[in-house]
Structure formats: C-alpha cells, structure tokens
Write a protein that binds this ligand. Sequence first.
Ligand SMILES: [Fe+2]
Length: 422
Amino acid sequence: MRELQALLFFLAALVHLFFFVYNRHLLCIKEGRWKRPIHHLWLLVSVVLPFLGALVLWEVPAVHQAIGWRPGSLGAIALFVPVAGLQAFFVARAIMWLGARIVPDKPEGLLSRQAQKAGVPPVAPRLPLPFRAWETTGDLVVTRVELAVGGLAPAFDGLTIAQVSDVHYGQHLEMENYLEGVAQCVARLQPDIVVMTGDFVDRRRDIRRGVEYHSKFAGRLATLAVLGNHDYWTDPDRIRRELAKTHIVWLGGGERRVLKRAGRRLVFTGTDAPWNNQRSADWRRLIRRETGDAVVLLSHTPDNAPEAARHGASLILSGHNHGGQYCLPLLGPFVVPSRHGLRFPGGVYRVGPESTLVVSRGIGISEGGARMLCRPEICHLTLRPPAVDAMTGEVAPAVRRRILLDRRSPEEEAPKGSAWVN
Ligand SMILES: [Fe+2]
C-alpha cells in the first residue's frame, strides 16, 4: 500500500513535468502578467510531489497522517488543499479545452457553421476515417484581433491589416474552390493593408498561377509580402519577378514602405532570413525607429521575433508554423518547425515590453496533406495606439481577440489623409 501511494505521487509528478515541458499553452502559461507566477507554481508542485512520494516511502509519520486524511488533521488540509485545488483547476481547463475541440461544430460535411455561413466551399476529406471528426483542413476562420502597437501614433488608430499566409498554392489542386472562398472572404473584409507572409507555392510549375492567385488579395492602401522557406526551395528569383508584375510589393530584402498621416509615420519592412543565405537579418539597419515611429516587420518565421523585438520592432507578423497543422486533443500541436519548439505555434504573443508577435496558422497545407484540430485562418488585425499606464508608464497589452466569420463588410470609407512616402 505504501509503495502504491508513493508510486502515485511519482506518476503525478511526471504528468506535471510532461505538461510543463511540452504543453504550456494548455496550462494558460502564455505571455502576460500571470505567466511567471503560474510557471513557478507549476514547477514547484512538480518538485514537491516526488518529495512527498519519497517521504511516504520512508514512513514519515506526519505524511502518513496527511495521507490518512483524518478529519481535523490540519496537516492534511494544509498539505493537500492547495495541491488538489491546483490539480482541479488544470483538469477543468483541460476538459474545457478538449470539449471545445471534440464537440462537433460540423452539422454538414467537414465545415463548421461559421465557414458554411461565409460560403467557403468544403474540401474533400483527407484524413483517414478514424480521425475524420477532427479534420479541419478547409474549415476557415477569420481571427479578428484588436491590438495595441508600441509607438503607434493616434493618427493610425483603427488601421486594419489582413494577413494571408502559407497558401502553398498548387500543393492540392482540388482545393481551388476553397482558395477562391478565401479570396472572397479577404475582399469582404476590405482591409487597409494586406500582408502575405510567405510560402506562396511549393513547385516550379505552380509559380505563375500561384502568384496570379495571390494577386487577388489587395489592400486599400497597399499589399505587402515576404517569401517563405518553400518559396526559396522552389525558385525565389522567378517568384519575385512574377510578383513584380503585380501590385504586390516584396519587402523581403529589407525594403521599407512608410505610411504617413498627420505628420506621423508607420514603417513596414520585412526579411526573408534565414533562407536568403543570411543566418539573421541586419536588425540595426532593418528596424530604424526614427522619431519613435512604430515598425511593423514581416517575417515568414516567428523565430526572428525575439531578436526583432530586442531591436525595437513594434509588431511582427509571421506564419510558417501552421499552428502545428496536426493537433491532438489535450496535447495540442506536437511538432512545430521552430527553434523555439512549441512557443509560437500560432496566435498573439508579447515578445517584448512594446512588441507583439502575431503568428498566423495559415491558409493551406504543406507536406502531410491535411489539418487536424487546427483550423486555417485569415488574421484580421485592427491597430490601436498603446494604452500607457499613467502611474507606472508601462504599455498595457490591451489585446482583445475574437473569432468571427461573416458576410458583412465594413461600411467605412477608405481612410483619408494617408500617403506613402517611399
Ligand atoms: Fe508553410
């Protein structure tokens, strides 16, 4: 009996450590004010549990009394209530997370109600039958994010950006109708700026048609792009030549586009690093914050984000990780092609005191050919000036997020008084 109790403690400690290392996002350990305390608390419990197991094994009387849970035993209460409370919190959170994924939101075919309402055509199932209920290959969502951008002048309040990433055009031609639906969704959003964060195509023979497809996306003020690893593995020079024939402006060589309003500037720049034969970008040159301008950086991989944030990028827009593409209930993504492991699979992250990273889960699919519990997305961002705490002077994150896909188009007129400087 004693050995069994000790074994249970050791197993619980292992489970704790497993979640701590591999699946922090499930435990709410995300960027934000609670990250550090939760982080430390979780690690502390992982250390305490095997210690308790050892005490049980060594027959320490106080521990026996605690495990016996006799009424009135203060030691038992002091020992187990905090641990049990913490366990209950994380179990409840895991059940909610799992429930949101396995309760079918797919009355017909493979599309959720949201995607059906938006008129996104379904794609043929691609996963083997046992996993079909979890398939999300063409189940598009528009993720609307309203976020405070460090250094953004009030003149740019409300500027909207639609991010289209990782289309991988031509990889799966039977998805043509779905891709057409994606283009219509972006057109309905009427964004001020469209950004494309790489992985246009996978094969040389798709380059012309792939770029033609991407030219359907257009922002009211500009359409900007960088290339991804798959573009570099295909033919980057030819892709750039094809892009130059369209309205899409490639920023991957560190080019800058500066939007000017009411005497203030918003700088857009980009990098194709590390695939353009550069291990890392020349950050000092790339992110020059003259007169405190906000800088928006396009980078296919979010691996560049911490370095870019250190050099003053206000907002970094990335793709590449596909949200993990294949996710498991409870465990979430388990393979992410990133130097940072599972840190940035997809979502909104604070990467510096005044820097935010948005990682799009992307539109298409790469090798492996499907998405599981990982819906493709168009990110629709509304930029806000940062809210500064009057007492501390700190920039409040003020990130609000909702996911919505509908047929309504914004009614407002194209913003007046904007001019591109270069
Ligand atoms: Fe990709």
